[in-house]
Design a protein around this ligand. Structure first.
Ligand SMILES: [Zn+2]
Ligand SMILES: [Zn+2]
Length: 135
């Protein structure tokens, strides 16, 4: 099985996941915009049990966004790394941190009802007013 590597901007935090994301999509919610500083966030979801740090776990800080969701970022460089669904048992990895190329590509948009007004979706991927499509 192929292993994908990921890292933060400063390189202290390194992560690994198998190349078997359960879903991959773009989230346009305002909270992802705030957290990532981007128009939207591309994420791939995988069971938390399949996620691991290769190094630098001590550089990771988390922000408890809600009872169910914890956001993780590098405390040295600020790179957003993933959101963790606590009872759902999933890690939604920010695809921007990947150094390897996953087999899948994002195939849906969620929370398009609250997308950035200046951003236009110019592809034919499925769109959902809210979300997520899957837990
Ligand atoms: Zn960093
Ligand atoms: Zn979002």
């Amino acid at each position: 099985m192929t292993i994908l590597n990921g890292s933060c901007l400063c390189g202290k935090v390194k992560i690994q996941v198998p190349d078997e994301f359960e879903y991959m999509g773009n989230c346009h919610c305002s909270e992802c915009r705030k957290f990532t500083g981007s128009d939207y966030s591309s994420v791939g979801g995988i069971s938390s049990s399949k996620f691991s740090f290769s190094s630098g776990e001590e550089y990771v800080t988390t922000y408890q966004k809600s009872a169910e969701t914890e956001l993780a970022f590098c405390k040295r460089c600020g790179s957003s790394l993933y959101s963790r669904k606590i009872t759902g048992g999933k890690h939604n990895i920010r695809l921007g941190i990947l150094d390897s190329v996953p087999t899948q590509k994002p195939d849906f948009h969620i929370f398009v009802g609250s997308k950035a007004p200046w951003y236009e979706i110019n592809d034919d991927l499925k769109q959902f007013e809210n979300g997520p499509v899957k837990p």
